[in-house]
Write a protein that binds this ligand. Structure first.
Ligand code: GTP
Length: 365
């Protein structure tokens, strides 16, 4: 089974985190999203993967070379000079594609069984099969008008609640046959959702929906990214655990020798490699601490995600925030909803109001 993964978008809804890190390399439970994706593809008998890249292509290529070279699945990178949109990116891979294949949005964490999806697609001789799940708010999703057997009559892109013809929303995983490419003009920005799918439906090609009841979450906004970390820590994603060893129920540690005895950790929590953690630190889960993080004496953190290389001064308190590889001084307070990007620095005794967002390289004296 061949899989094409779209990972060339700008990820603007995740700013400031994605100014310096591509969305597909964000850490979740101390694992890079792409590593999690590859493990899942391996469990699904995938035989080859094509990554459609554009924005951050060299960074992604470097990561694949250094971290995924031994993953056991042949990987091809197909590059777009400028992002071509979901359809444009797909047609740009045309010469690499088999007769039928899986297409994935490369920002969705899920435990979908891809073999069942492609089997359903082949059984129906469909041109396109979209994985769908029941959604609460149709205005954020592509909504499919689906019959009992999955035959799809219409695709509405982000309709209002009143206009939505169903609750079945697009998850971001499709099975497709190659003839879909005949409907996509090459060399320009095109969207599957806005152009190709409506055209295919209008032409009467067989279009099906595969109803999925398992776990899925796109990590496209800061809130969803944080929730994905929590879900992983809470064990709700089948086949997926945080990095490290579970030293107590719900507490995962990569370098146990770096965790002092006098700290208080409430599960769920994950602590990465080679951290320096001071005495009297309190971590109230769900908390993820990346590798090489320095945490001063008496720091208190609750519901927070901290990336590789961050440093937090003594006595600082933070809750429900995301800290890139930033430096936070001593005795600071980060109120809920703060996002501090990599390479920014916050001086001692600073107080960040709720939902403060600091871009990379910011200096807060
Ligand atoms: P926002 O700017 O926050 O909307 O994020 P995004 O650019 O990633 O767009 P979106 O969340 O809709 O993308 C879903 C998936 O498709 C992500 O994995 C993107 O990386 C990928 N993607 C989006 N646009 C393109 C594109 O033009 N080319 C390629 N190769 N991938 C894309």
């Amino acid at each position: 089974m061949q899989v094409v993964v779209l990972i060339g978008g700008l990820g603007t809804r995740l700013y400031p985190l994605t100014y310096t890190t591509p969305k597909c390399l964000l850490p979740i439970g101390n694992k890079h999203f792409l590593s999690i994706l590859l493990d899942w593809l391996k469990r699904n008998a995938v035989t080859d993967v094509v990554f459609a890249v554009s924005h951050f292509a060299p960074t992604i290529a470097e990561f694949i070379k250094s971290d995924l070279a031994d993953c056991g699945i042949p990987i091809t990178l197909r590059h777009e000079t400028d992002p071509l949109g979901s359809a444009g990116a797909l047609v740009n891979c045309a010469d690499l594609l088999q007769d039928d294949f899986i297409l994935l949005n490369g920002d969705v964490l899920m435990d979908l069984n891809l073999e069942e999806l492609i089997e359903f697609h082949r059984k129906n001789s469909a041109a396109v099969t979209t994985t769908v799940s029941e959604v609460d708010d149709p205005s954020h999703y592509g909504i499919l008008d689906v019959q009992e057997d999955g035959r799809t009559l219409d695709w509405q892109e982000k309709p209002t609640r009143e206009d939505a013809k169903s609750k079945w929303g697009n998850v971001g995983a499709w099975a497709m046959t190659k003839r879909v490419l005949d409907f996509i003009p090459a060399g320009r920005f095109t969207s599957l959702e806005k152009e190709t799918f409506p055209q295919i439906l209008a032409e009467g090609l067989l279009f099906y929906a595969y109803k999925f009841k398992g776990y899925w979450k796109d990590i496209g906004t800061v809130d969803k990214y944080v929730q994905a970390n929590r879900d992983l820590l809470n064990g709700v994603i089948s086949g997926l655990q945080p990095a490290g060893k579970e030293i107590q129920p719900g507490i995962w540690v990569e370098s146990p020798e770096c965790v002092p005895d006098d700290i208080q950790v409430t599960s769920p929590a994950a602590i990465g490699k080679d951290c320096r953690i001071g005495s009297g630190v309190k971590l109230a889960g769900p908390v993820v601490i990346g590798s090489d993080v320095q945490i001063g004496d008496g720091v208190q953190m609750a519901s927070t995600v901290v990336w590789h290389g961050a440093s937090v001064g003594s006595g600082t308190k933070m809750s429900s925030s995301v800290l890139g590889g930033a430096t936070i001084g001593a005795e600071c307070v980060l109120n809920p909803g703060c996002v501090v990007a990599t390479n920014s620095a916050v001086a001692d005794r600073s107080v960040l109001a709720s939902n403060t967002s600091l871009g990379p390289g910011s200096r807060l004296p």
